[in-house]
Design a protein around this ligand. Structure first.
Ligand code: FRU
Length: 498
């Protein structure tokens, strides 16, 4: 059957919506659902897409498979928020429907949004497989009401990667500088990741400009979800490299030369040190803040399949991180901090001023699944081998998630080997000693995740865990000596979904 342009797109959206509607009430009753992290109403979610502050509302689009809790033909889910904390689901924005994006192992891949004179304009990668080969092209869809989107009749606007770059060519991020639009796209050459720069005067006709930056061989085989933004007097290039030892997202700080189209890198760092923070995207909001949101999801590579965590059996999988502001710290290092809006979730509060924890484990008189914790430790006369916080502790004490500071090495360690029956592994990162010799930990605990911000956001660490929702205990501990806790604040957090 022949459909007029965009009619088939609407049909595909309706079909996807019906599939999600049939499942969402059952999913909403799952005790494993997050209390205040963003999730799709049902089924699969991966990367955040199209983040934008548009007509006074925050829009969050996301990679979505509306037919199962596994990755599959990619749609764009959609939600809005007035405060970055409470989200309202909107109808699915994009569904695979055209020759350039209709494929069960492809679809409407990641991309971004811009405000084009009041028209909400989405850029995404159409991904299909033709004759056994991946074909990835850059496409546009627009909306006047910010809810329903029409694909551009002239798609794709960039129909192949430039000569020399691999067919992997995806995840456009667009911004404006002076009188031109710029687009960075992730790609690869000879097994080394790279970011490609395009420019345009009208947003529709694109000219290839240059290789913005590329790996020297140590930074992955393919750069997914590249993002470029200014911070202070510098620029940041953030990307998620495939093929590095651990799944992770990195950033380079440096200068962007608009004359040559190249990024001159000065320093690099980790956006997050955890197992489960990937494909973040940034945007600037109405208050001039640069904010990022990342995709939180464990996956275990088994020799024969990929396992995405226990919630898949409950018909949903994947969540977004809490929104984080990005600011420039010392020596070109970025700081990532939870947005202040999250304080509206604070409920019951527990506070301790000064406490010495000497070779012991102290059960705290507050517990919960949704918690915010701010702990300030004094490192000056610490003689403990390690100290830290145990979260989501079961009544018999056998299950626990342990965040510790290893004094001799100055490392922050997250251990989820005893969190539940599924999670595994230890993540560590070295912390620079702060000027005032304190260790400050700001922690967000939810049903399936712990997000940690150390020393005002110089290190962030996000890890999924899947304990029984009844395991809510909290302990503070030290081993091999004493540590002084200067202050401890803990809030129970309300649900943002009620
Ligand atoms: C990153 C990514 C992107 C791609 C999308 C597909 O997680 O692989 O590169 O556009 O997910 O869902």
């Amino acid at each position: 059957m022949l459909y007029s342009f965009n009619t088939y797109h609407k049909l595909m959206i309706d079909k996807a919506e019906q599939s999600v509607s049939r499942m969402k009430d059952l999913v909403a009753r799952d005790p494993m659902r997050m209390k205040y992290h963003f999730m799709a109403p049902a089924y699969w979610l991966n990367d955040p897409n199209g983040l934008i502050h548009f007509r006074g509302e925050y829009h969050l689009f996301y990679q979505h498979h509306p037919y199962s809790a596994q990755w599959g033909a990619m749609h764009w889910g959609h939600a809005v928020s007035k405060d970055l904390v409470h989200w309202k689901h909107l109808p699915i924005a994009l569904a695979p429907s055209e020759s350039y994006d209709l494929h069960e192992r492809g679809g409407c891949f990641s991309g971004c949004a811009v405000d084009h004179d009041g028209v909400l304009t989405l850029f995404y990668t159409g991904s299909v497989i033709r004759d056994g080969k991946v074909v990835q092209t850059q496409c546009i869809a627009t909306s006047h009401d910010g809810i329903s989107f029409e694909k551009y009749v002239g798609n794709p606007v960039i129909s192949e990667s430039p000569q020399g770059s691999a067919r992997d060519f995806r995840d456009p991020k667009v911004w404006r500088h002076e009188d031109k639009w710029y687009m960075v796209v992730g790609s690869s050459k000879d097994g080394k990741g790279r970011a490609l720069l395009y420019r345009s005067s009208d947003l529709y006709v694109w000219e290839y400009f240059n290789v913005l930056a590329e790996s020297d061989g140590s930074m992955g085989t393919m750069w997914e979800c590249p993002d470029v933004f200014p911070i202070g007097d510098r620029f940041v290039l953030m990307f998620s490299p495939m093929g590095m030892d651990d799944r992770q997202t990195v950033y380079l700080t440096g200068q962007l030369d608009y004359e040559t189209g190249q990024f001159i890198s000065e320093s690099c760092g980790h956006v997050d040190y955890g197992f489960d923070f990937y494909a973040p995207q940034s945007f600037e909001d109405g208050k001039g803040r640069r904010i990022i949101i990342g995709w939180l999801n464990s996956w275990n590579w088994m020799p024969w399949f990929i396992s995405h965590g226990p919630t898949s059996s409950n018909h949903w999988c994947g969540a977004m991180s809490i929104p984080r502001t990005v600011v420039m710290g010392k020596h070109g290092r970025l700081k990532f901090q939870p947005v202040e809006e999250l304080t509206v979730l604070r409920d019951d509060h527990y506070h301790v001023d000064r406490m010495v924890v000497a070779d012991m484990e102290q059960v705290l008189p507050i517990e919960g699944v949704g918690l915010e914790i701010i702990a300030v430790f004094r490192l000056a006369d610490c003689d403990a081998v390690e100290f830290g916080i145990k979260m989501r502790v079961s009544e018999n004490g056998q299950e626990e998630t342990v965040l510790s500071y290893l004094h001799s090495t100055g490392e922050l360690q997250f251990d989820r080997n005893c969190s539940d029956n599924w999670s595994q592994g230890i993540r560590k990162c070295k912390l620079a000693r702060s000027d005032n010799d304190q260790l400050k930990l700001h922690i967000f605990v939810d049903t399936c995740v712990v997000e940690v911000f150390a020393n005002d956001g110089y290190a962030a660490m996000s890890n999924n865990i899947y304990p029984n929702p009844d395991h809510k205990g909290l302990k503070i501990y030290s081993r091999g000596g004493k540590i002084v806790l200067e202050s401890l604040d803990i809030w129970k957090l309300k649900s943002s979904w009620d």
